[in-house]
Write a protein that binds this ligand. Structure first.
Ligand SMILES: [Zn+2]
Length: 175
């Protein structure tokens, strides 16, 4: 059960994982959005998505004991909270960030992401928002409020928000 810690990106600094395993979300809204994003980015296979209420986070990981090598796990309560507080593009952008790790090849077995990998995923998230005609600001506000300080894995929220903006502009968005 602890293997999947090895390769994950957690969007926010992690809290301890609850003991219950993630549940399949193959038909859920998160799964639909993840695969829409991945498909438009040219990813050739379906990404399996799981929910895990209580983690207050979203993550991409590989080498799981459940299903497939590359999966996305998210907390649906947390994501709905983001939508209510910031707007639709915040949770959508969080999922896009996680997909970004997979489609840009950042998430490989045994590889621990560093700041540059996280910024690549943030750049991809901004790019995806622009391509879907979604607003930039909700994701930026979300990142800046929830990521005030840098961590070992992520730069600070202001830096991340600027990287998201760069991706948004590259995707054709007006920012
Ligand atoms: Zn990440």
């Amino acid at each position: 059960m602890t293997e999947y810690w090895n390769n994950l990106c957690a969007f926010l600094p992690s809290i301890p994982m609850p003991p219950n395993p993630p549940q399949p979300d193959f038909q859920g809204l998160g799964a639909q959005q993840v695969n829409l994003i991945a498909h438009l980015a040219g990813w050739p296979v379906r990404i399996n998505v799981f929910t895990q209420p209580g983690i207050q986070n979203a993550m991409a990981t590989g080498n799981t004991p459940w299903f497939g090598d590359e999966v996305v796990i998210y907390d649906p309560i947390f994501m709905e909270g983001l939508r209510q507080r910031y707007g639709l593009s915040a949770p959508f952008g969080v999922l896009a960030h996680e997909v970004g790790h997979i489609v840009r090849g950042v998430l490989v077995p045994g590889w621990m992401p560093d700041w540059s990998d996280e910024m690549r995923a943030d750049h991809f998230a901004g790019f995806v928002l622009a391509r879907h005609g979604l607003d930039l600001q909700p994701l930026q506000r979300c990142i800046m409020e929830l990521m005030a300080r840098p961590g070992y894995r992520h730069p600070d929220g202001r830096t991340r928000a600027a990287v998201v903006r760069g991706g948004y502009i590259e995707g054709g968005g007006i920012a």
